[in-house]
Design a binder for this molecule. Structure first.
Ligand SMILES: [Zn+2]
Length: 115
């Protein structure tokens, strides 16, 4: 992969990481607001909302790990290679999901096995 393309992916990943960080930070503020929301709000509704927030946070946290992983691969010069078979990941695929770890074939294989 050429350096220009690599720099582009790095930029995309860095931006994505920043936007997730912002989202997670604003979520924390929302949680604090719920805590001080007073007694009149139904507590059952509160806990459901909070669970949903945790779940969403979980997805973001996982994506953060994948993005960090991808950024580390850029540093190590292994970005764009499938972590399972070592083949090059299709560029179109990387453009859609730059933090993807596997090529199409291995991803499909992994999804099949997880079902
Ligand atoms: Zn593969």
């Amino acid at each position: 992969m050429n350096k220009k393309l690599l720099a582009q992916f790095k930029k995309t990943l860095t931006q994505k990481k920043a936007s997730i960080t912002n989202k997670l930070n604003s979520k924390k503020i929302n949680e604090n607001e719920i805590e001080t929301g007073g007694d009149e709000i139904d507590t059952a509704t509160q806990s459901t909302e909070r669970e949903m927030q945790f779940e969403l946070g979980g997805i973001d946290t996982r994506m953060m790990q994948d993005i960090d992983n991808a950024l580390a691969k850029i540093e190590k010069n292994t970005f764009g290679k499938c972590e399972s078979c070592g083949e090059d990941i299709a560029q179109a695929r990387l453009e859609a999901i730059p933090w993807g770890r596997y090529c199409k074939k291995c991803q499909e294989e992994a999804e099949k096995n997880s079902k």
